[in-house]
Design a protein around this ligand. Structure first.
Ligand SMILES: [Zn+2]
Length: 107
C-alpha cells in the first residue's frame, strides 16, 4: 500500500521525466515572462555559466508556450545569467496535488 506522499512523489518524478521528453525537441521560441522577483542566488546550475555581474538585482521566469518548460533569468542592467530549460518543480507539485487527492474527499 502506497501512502499519499509516496504516490505524489512517484507521480511528480514521472511528470518531470515526461516534461523533459516533450521539451527535448522544442526550440522554446515563444514564451511568456513573469514579473520580476528578488535575486535569491545563482541560477546557472551545474551545466550553466555563472555571470556574477548579473547577480544582486532581479530574477524572472520564462515559461515556454509550446512545451511548458521554464527557465530562470537573472537580470542586472545589461548583464544576464540564464538557467537551462527545465520543468518548474512548483508547477509540477501543483499539478500532482490536483491529480492525487486523499480518497476521503469523494466519500
Ligand atoms: Zn519549449
Amino acid at each position: 500500500m502506497k501512502t499519499l506522499a509516496q504516490a505524489r512523489a512517484e507521480r511528480a518524478k514521472q511528470l518531470t521525466e515526461e516534461m523533459i521528453q516533450v521539451g527535448r525537441g522544442c526550440g522554446h521560441e515563444k514564451f511568456c515572462t513573469s514579473d520580476p522577483g528578488p535575486f535569491l542566488g545563482s541560477v546557472a546550475g551545474r551545466e550553466g555559466t555563472e555571470n556574477r555581474a548579473a547577480h544582486g538585482n532581479v530574477e524572472v521566469q520564462d515559461i515556454c508556450f509550446r512545451c511548458g518548460l521554464s527557465r530562470r533569468r537573472l537580470i542586472n542592467g545589461r548583464h544576464e545569467e540564464v538557467s537551462a530549460w527545465e520543468p518548474d518543480p512548483a508547477r509540477v507539485a501543483k499539478r500532482v496535488m490536483r491529480e492525487i487527492q486523499p480518497a476521503w474527499r469523494w466519500q
